[in-house]
Design a protein around this ligand. Sequence first.
Ligand code: APR
Length: 242
Amino acid sequence: MSEHQGPHLVVLTGAGISAESGLKTFRDGDGLWENHRVQDVATPEAFARDPETVLRFYDARREQTRQATPNAAHRALAELEQAGFQVSVITQNIDDLHERAGSRDVLHLHGEILMSRSSADPNLRYPVGRKGIRLGDLCDKGSQLRPDVVWFGEPVPRYAQACEIVAEADLVLVVGTSLAVMPAAMLLDQAPIEAPCLLVDPQAESLVPRGVRAISQLASQGVPPLVEHWRQAGALWVPDWV
Ligand code: APR
């Protein structure tokens, strides 16, 4: 349990919140992720078949992440925390833009691009330096290192923890996710019945699950006014424009 006493906002973010920082989403365009089919770069089978291609792909994603900067949506969420609210971020993103904006309570459901891990033991994790991950880079137990990201077909080890966080929300804010991927999409079912749930996404009207209120805007346009409203109210009230 947190010692925090302020109203508790739980934020579930996806690739859309980082889109305006220049990082591509997965399902907006041609079905490819940075010119690759996901099954060629983001599955355990791909890593077994062609580890060099997979490592090179994630090295490139890591460099992109390092060059990107947080945008107004990331910053607004961090400001709300600084204003005394309890803000728990659960992100499907592997970038570190929430942390760099100043958010301190961030759970990465799908792992972190800036970390590597042992292919034999997921608990052996190491920061990745500028040279990236190479074939032959080994963990302390002698197994090949791989990106510390959750690939398609792999379990999501932090899902249970994420469920517990959502269950304690006073309000759930979802930003920039198509809610297409399980089990993240099921997290909303864990919210307390009395906690309002809002979705900020340009496609919100078509994506919105039952009981969720749609705000059809870009993250940088939709999130800062919500945060300003909550700061002024000192509470997580749903604004009358939603
Ligand atoms: N602001 C807010 N939302 C945006 C913006 C923006 N500027 N630009 C795009 N979006 C929205 C799109 O409308 C879409 O609904 O972001 C969403 C991105 O959806 P996906 O590409 O499916 O990304 P996400 O939901 O995060 O994917 C989940 O799938 O590929 C896996 O593991 C990967 O974490 C990822 C997971």
